[in-house]
Design a protein around this ligand. Structure first.
Ligand code: MGD
Ligand code: MGD
Ligand code: SF4
Ligand code: MO
Length: 730
């Protein structure tokens, strides 16, 4: 028999996947001090042994030649890095921070963090900035991801936090998947939906996505709407539901308020009119509305096609309005379930990891909340700035304008992932101090650092993360970190001490950080107070709220139909429609949609190292509809130049009807380091939703030209210019 190599394993550990927000439980085998094998963990209550491909290739991504192993410092961005000790590097950076704060005030410094932080990493970074330094300039890449859902939940249900859990999938009869390519991005949730459909073939699956994705293939009703037209669609669905008497009066009267706001928005969108604007069949809108309202349990799932929009909050409101109007909430198999992107985007929200919030879903703007946190932390109330800090896009703009002078980037790679990369690069060039804390070097972002802090990553540090269904999992340290890498929370802690805040940064281990955090969630919606490391290690993962040490955790939020608003009732919101998409014109006639590939994770610092994961799509591509391709003289496989009002990119054309006429699609995984023109975010707009400040990464106006034609056009333009210059002036 052809011998398949069997990896010897010294020890197995139970842990959690460091990739998407499904949050699968993993079993990890360690051999000779290295992670050798990754499997699904049948004992994990969220996923029972299921997993997808990506984490299986973690072993080869963890031990590489480009691991950042030691702290390094350089005086300016063109100088070579010098290796430094931790004390030297932290001392240098903390002195700079202190100096900048003395000269320009605390708002001149900022931290940009990540949904891939552990809860302890998030908590310490927030405490440092918001409690001790006195600025709320802590924001995270979750701003590019979950911010619109956070606002949507708070303004309709009274608090952040998805009410349902995965168990609801097994009893739901209608799935409303809007703006989510679940098959590629949350594959284990998708498989569970597929299983439910198999068990109950009458279950209706509705998919709303301008692109015919892998997810759309499972749909009974597929609504390939024009980009950005979700709000008319959602309003028209409510219109049908009202006109056909499918609303639930008892629920509306007993448990909600401001119904008229939703009615007004819905009544201005007849299905025929929405069909016209969305570019889909009217009968399908009607069918979707009926299925949504009539099923015994409807679960909505959504992600970036909804959130990453300049009307992202309206879209969230539109979805939640439908649930409230039909009482598809507060019962098994029903509810509005926003899928979190990153493994701990949930925990980050609970730890206060955005510039307008504090731990335990508290708000910066609420003086009682500030006072509670200041009290817990033992700092004067005045320490906590009453104004929210700068959200991601604004943060980099402020750095570019010189208002923020020091920026510390940890566990995220913004020079690839932020919209309109030019602004980010200009910002980092202008900053007096750029600290980058990553597991790898070089990355697109470490290229701009003055100070490099080497981070221990998944498997090399312990901590806690919370998945999309509010389930809290303990991640053990399984192997020693290479070189001098430290856990992120420990770097923030040491930095706090170096700035003179020894009292607040007494932490000797991650467990102490977690205990401090969980204590101050007492009596909050996201109550973790019955959880500690020991309990998670003994009993396994738990779903918050867990208000007591003997509390078993909670499958559904608001099961008693009481919502955490002043009146105890959920709120309808008006959903006026404005066309979000940057206007197309003769120069830029197509709409660019960006997103993900099933086998790659974001900026590819880990998945990009695996041959297995990279072989399907080794290079970036642009999907374009056959009719558009024909008009533009583009054949399948041609190299094309994509240009927007901000920049250009180049990629291979994939001619396919999966992307509709008038639109093109590009994955955003590649950065300039892998080739200047490979970056989709050379093109994207930094327009944001006015309430959530989440950027519109899903739509901007572009042109697409074959490279031969673009060269030819440039040559012609150049020749005409030369001829003009040569013309004798009168
Ligand atoms: N394989 C893989 N999985 C991942 C990740 C990864 O990098 N790779 N990242 C994780 C993270 S952080 C996140 S946030 C999630 C993201 O998960 P998803 O949101 O599922 O992924 P995206 O590809 O960004 O976009 C989802 C869909 O939105 C559609 N869309 C675009 N514009 C519109 C619109 O106007 N309306 C509607 N209704 N839909 C629209 C796109 O066509 C796309 O199919 O994935 C997580 N999982
Ligand atoms: N055009 C376009 N752009 C997008 C999106 C889109 O759909 N379209 N989606 C947006 C969304 S939703 C997201 S979430 C972002 C994601 O974008 P990023 O957060 O920039 O992407 P990652 O590659 O996940 O970056 C994580 C970084 O942290 C490092 N790292 C890994 N583990 C650790 C650790 O334990 N500690 C530290 N300190 N570092 C570590 C990795 O090496 C990597 O450099 O992209 C956004 N950008
Ligand atoms: S579905 Fe998400 S959490 Fe589960 S194994 Fe795949 S990437 Fe990891
Ligand atoms: Mo995300």
């Amino acid at each position: 028999m052809a011998g398949k190599k069997i990896t010897p394993i010294d020890k197995w550990h139970r842990t959690y996947c460091p990739y998407c927000g499904v949050g699968c439980g993993l079993k990890v085998g360690v051999h000779a001090g290295k992670v050798a094998k990754v499997m699904g963990d049948e004992a994990h209550p969220s996923t029972r042994g299921m997993l997808c491909k990506k984490p299986m290739y973690l072993p080869e991504a963890l031990v590489t030649d480009d691991r950042l192993l030691y702290p390094q410092v350089r005086p300016h961005q063109d100088a070579p890095f010098q290796r430094a000790s931790w004390d030297q590097a932290i001392g240098y950076a903390a002195n700079k921070f202190t100096q900048i704060i003395a000269d320009h005030g605390p708002d001149a410094v900022a931290i940009y963090g990540s949904g891939q932080f552990s809860t302890e990493d998030y908590y310490t970074a927030n405490k440092l900035l918001k409690g001790y330094i006195g600025t709320n300039n802590f924001d995270a890449n979750s701003r590019l991801c979950m911010a619109s859902a956070v606002v949507g939940y708070v303004t309709s249900l009274g608090s952040d936090g998805p009410p349902p859990g995965y168990k609801d999938i097994d009893v739901a009869d209608c799935f409303f998947l809007i703006g989510t390519n679940t098959a590629a991005c949350h594959p284990v949730v998708f498989n569970r939906i597929k299983k439910r459909k198999k068990a109950n073939p009458d279950a209706v699956i509705i998919v709303v996505d301008p692109r015919e994705t892998q997810t759309a293939k499972l749909a009974d009703i597929f609504l390939p709407i024009r980009p950005g037209t979700d709000v008319p669609l959602l309003n028209a669905m409510l219109n049908v539901i009202i006109n056909e008497g499918l609303i639930d009066w008892e629920f509306i009267n007993g448990h909600t308020e401001e119904w008229q706001a939703a009615v007004q928005s819905a009544m201005s969108w007849m299905p025929a009119q929405a069909a016209e604007v969305c570019g889909v069949d009217e009968y399908k809108i009607v069918a979707a509305a009926r299925a949504f309202a009539k099923s015994a349990g409807t679960l909505s799932f959504w992600s970036m096609g909804v959130n990453q929009s300049s009307v992202g909050v309206e879209k969230n409101h539109g979805i939640i309005n439908l649930h409230l109007a039909t009482a598809q909430i507060s019962k098994p198999g029903a509810g509005p379930f926003s899928l979190t992107g990153q493994p701990n985007a949930m925990g980050g929200r609970e730890a206060g990891g955005l510039c307008h919030i504090l731990p335990g879903y508290r708000l910066i703007k609420n003086v009682d909340h500030r006072a509670e946190i200041a009290g817990y932390w033992g700092v004067p109330l005045e320490n906590i700035n009453p104004n929210p800090g700068a959200p991601a896009v604004e943060m980099f703009e402020k750095v570019a304008e010189g208002e923020i002078k020091a920026i510390w980037i940890a566990c995220t790679n913004p020079v690839v992932s932020m919209p309109n990369i030019d602004v980010v690069e200009a910002a980092l060039r202008r900053a007096e101090l750029v600290i980058v804390q990553d597991a790898y070097h070089p990355t697109d972002t470490t290229e701009f650092a003055h100070v490099l802090f080497p981070a221990a990553q998944w498997s090399e540090k312990e901590g806690v993360m919370t998945n999309s269904e509010r389930r809290i999992t303990y991640l053990p340290k399984m192997v020693e970190a290479p070189g001098e890498c430290l856990p992120d929370w420990e770097i923030f802690t040491r930095f706090g001490r170096a700035m003179g805040f020894e009292d607040g940064f007494y932490f000797e281990n991650a467990s102490q950080v977690f205990d401090e955090f969980s204590w101050l969630t007492t009596n909050r919606v996201c109550d973790y107070s019955g959880v500690n490391y020991k309990r998670l290690q003994m009993e396994g993962p738990l779903q918050w709220p867990v208000p007591r040490p003997d509390h078993p955790g909670s499958e559904q939020l608001y099961a008693n139909k009481r919502f955490p608003t002043a009146s105890g009732k959920a709120k309808f919101n008006a959903t006026p429609h404005t066309m979000p998409v940057e206007a197309t014109d003769e120069m830029y006639p197509l709409v660019l949609n960006t997103g993900r590939l099933a086998d790659q994770w974001h900026t590819m610092t880990r998945t990009g190292k695996s041959e297995q994961l990279t072989k399907a799509n080794p290079e970036p591509f642009v999907e374009i509809h056959p009719d558009d391709a024909k008009k533009l003289g583009i054949r399948d496989g041609d190299m094309v130049k994509v240009a927007s009002r901000r920049g250009t990119a180049m990629a291979e054309a994939k001619v396919t009807p999966r992307t509709r006429e008038g639109q093109v699609f590009m994955p955003f995984h590649w950065g300039r380091l892998s080739g200047y023109n490979k970056a989709a975010n050379n093109l994207t707009t930094d327009a944001v939703d006015p309430r959530s400040k989440e950027p519109e990464l899903k739509a901007c106006a572009v042109s697409v030209v074959p490279i031969w034609a673009s060269d030819w056009l440039e040559n012609v333009t150049e020749r005409l210019e030369r001829e003009k210059e040569a013309e004798p002036t009168a």
